[in-house]
Ligand binder design. Structure first.
Ligand SMILES: [Zn+2]
Length: 349
C-alpha cells in the first residue's frame, strides 16, 4: 500500500509499505481522511521531535522510518480475534494517544505517552492497525471527514477543561493557527461571552472571526495588551497561549485578570527566560494542557455528533497523498492562509 513515510527533516517519501500483521486486540482501519497536524509539520521542518530514530518507542516498539498521520478516520476492514466492540464496516475515528493506562485517566497522560502516527505507523496510507481501546465509533450524523477532525478538536476541548472556564467568562486566545482556532470554537461552545484572538496574520484573524471570535487583534499593528484591556478592563478571565514563544507567553499573563487563569496549550520548542515574579505581581495562575483524556475524546465525538462543536470551518484544503509534501507540508510552511489540510485516502464519506 502507498504511504507517506518520515525519514528525516525535510524528507517525507511516498512509498510502498506492507501493513503490519494484525494483533488479536487490534482492528484494521481503511483510512478515509487524515489531517496534517502542527506536530507533523514540526517533524518535517525540524524533526525528529517525537519520532523515535535511535531505539524503538516504548509503546509502539517501532522506529523510523515510519508512516506519519495521527488525525484520521475510516471504516473497519478487519478485526482481531479478541476484539468485541467493533465489526467490519463500522465507521470510526482513532484516538492516537497511547498511555500505560494504569493510573486514573486524568493522571495517565502525565505518566508518559506516545502517538500512533508519530511514535509508530499512522494514517497517511491505505490501511492502519490500532488497538481496539483507541477506536471510537462515529455517530451517523458525522462524516468520515468530520472524523478526521475529532483529534485536534479534542485537544481544544481538553484545554477548555483545564482552564475551568465558566459560562459567561471572557477569553483571549494568543495564536490563530489550527489549535488556536479550535480553541475559539470550543470556548464559544462552552459559553464564553467575549473571545478575543491575537495573531500577526490578517487572514488567520479573519478566519477566527468567522469561527466565533468576537474580537480580532493584529498584535503586529497595535499593543495587544492595551487592546484587550480596552475591551475588558482589568483583563480577561482566561487566556490560552497557543503560539509557543516568549513574547506571547508573557503577553498572555499580562492580558489575564488577577486570579484568572493562563493555559499553556502550545508545545514550546525551546526554553524561555522568564521571572516567576511576574505571577507574584499579577496574581495570575498558570496551568497547561496536553492531548486529551479518553473521556474527553468520547465527549468530543458526542458534541460533534450533536452539532454543538462544529470544527469543519478550519479545513482550508483537501489534497491527495501523492501531493502531501508539495501541497501539504510545503503549503503549511509557506502559506499562512492555510489552517487544516485534509489528505484524501479512500475518500469515503
Ligand atoms: Zn495533532
Amino acid at each position: 500500500m502507498k504511504a507517506a513515510v518520515w525519514y528525516g527533516e525535510k524528507d517525507i517519501r511516498i512509498e510502498e509499505r506492507e501493513l503490519k500483521a494484525l494483533k488479536t486486540d487490534e482492528v484494521t482501519v481503511r483510512v478515509a481522511w487524515a489531517g496534517i497536524c502542527g506536530s507533523d509539520l514540526h517533524e518535517y521542518q525540524e524533526g525528529p521531535v517525537f519520532v523515535p530514530v535511535n531505539e524503538p518507542d516504548q509503546f509502539t516498539g517501532e522506529v523510523a522510518p515510519l508512516i506519519m498521520g495521527h488525525e484520521f478516520a475510516g471504516v473497519i476492514e478487519k478485526v482481531g480475534s479478541e476484539v468485541t466492540r467493533f465489526k467490519v464496516g463500522d465507521r470510526v475515528a482513532i484516538n492516537p494517544t497511547l498511555t500505560h493506562g494504569i493510573k486514573p485517566e486524568a493522571l495517565d497522560t502525565y505518566d508518559g505517552f506516545s502517538f500512533i502516527g508519530l511514535h509508530g505507523d499512522g494514517g497517511f496510507t491505505t490501511f492502519a492497525n490500532a488497538p481496539e481501546k483507541q477506536v471510537y465509533k462515529l455517530p451517523e450524523t458525522m462524516t468520515l471527514q468530520d472524523g478526521a477532525l475529532v483529534e485536534p478538536m479534542a485537544v481544544a476541548v481538553q484545554a477548555i477543561k483545564e482552564s475551568e472556564l465558566l459560562f459567561g467568562d471572557t477569553v483571549a486566545v494568543f495564536g490563530a493557527g489550527p489549535i488556536g482556532l479550535l480553541t475559539v470554537i470550543a470556548a464559544k461552545a462552552a459559553g464564553a461571552s467575549k473571545i478575543i484572538v491575537l495573531d500577526l496574520s490578517a487572514n488567520r484573524l479573519e478566519k477566527a472571526l468567522e469561527l466565533g471570535a468576537t474580537h480580532a487583534i493584529n498584535s503586529g499593528e497595535v499593543d495587544g495588551i492595551q487592546a484587550i484591556r480596552d475591551i475588558v478592563p482589568g483583563g480577561v478571565d482566561v487566556t490560552f497561549e497557543v503560539a509557543g514563544v516568549a513574547p506571547t507567553f508573557k503577553a498572555a499573563i499580562d492580558a489575564t485578570r488577577a486570579r484568572g487563569t493562563m493555559v499553556i496549550v502550545s508545545i514550546f520548542a525551546r526554553p524561555i527566560e522568564w521571572n516567576p515574579l511576574h505571577l507574584t505581581n499579577t496574581g495570575v495562575k498558570i496551568t497547561s494542557s496536553i492531548a486529551y483524556t479518553p473521556t474527553t475524546f468520547q465527549q468530543t465525538v458526542d458534541l460533534m455528533g450533536t452539532g454543538q462543536l462544529k470544527p469543519q470551518g478550519i479545513v482550508t484544503s483537501q489534497i491527495v497523498l501523492d501531493d502531501i509534501v508539495s501541497n501539504g507540508f510545503e503549503a503549511l510552511t509557506n502559506d499562512k492562509t492555510q489552517a487544516k489540510i485534509l489528505v484524501e485516502l479512500s475518500g469515503e464519506k
